[in-house]
Design a binder for this molecule. Structure first.
Ligand code: AMP
Ligand code: ZN
Length: 110
């Protein structure tokens, strides 16, 4: 299997601007921000995409959404968008599940 960029970031083999870390996920700034505030909520477990989720991943998904809520609270975001691209045709470039959290002025949709 080719090395996964986000697994390397999760394992701290590659640097990133980490804004929050929980037991099951890591949150870091998107390298090409599409909004004033743009971070990625990445589960530590490698799952290719939302299309590969299994029922047993339900706690992980819950944790990702609670993490989004916590990051929004810590950064005093009045409102925010949560986006998951699923598959190339939807714009998914990195094959490791991630939840985009965007707030403030949005330059372009992810
Ligand atoms: P997606 O198109 O939904 O797969 O989103 C992938 C996102 O990862 C894009 O918004 C990229 O800007 C972002 N990205 C790619 N490489 C890195 C990196 N090394 N660190 C942080 N964000 C990255
Ligand atoms: Zn991965």
């Amino acid at each position: 299997m080719p090395p996964c960029l986000f697994c390397k970031i999760v394992n701290k083999e590659l640097s990133s601007e980490i804004v929050y870390e929980s037991e099951k996920s890591l949150v870091f700034k998107d390298i090409h921000p599409k909004a004033d505030f743009h971070v990625l909520i990445v589960p530590k477990k490698h799952i290719e995409s939302a299309n590969r989720l299994e029922f047993e991943d339900k706690d992980l998904i819950m944790e990702m959404f609670l993490t989004a809520k916590e990051v929004a609270l810590q950064n005093q975001l009045g409102g925010y968008k949560l986006i998951i691209n699923v598959g190339r045709k939807a714009g998914q470039l990195i094959d490791h599940l991630h939840l985009h959290l965007l707030a403030g002025k949005i330059k372009e949709i992810v």
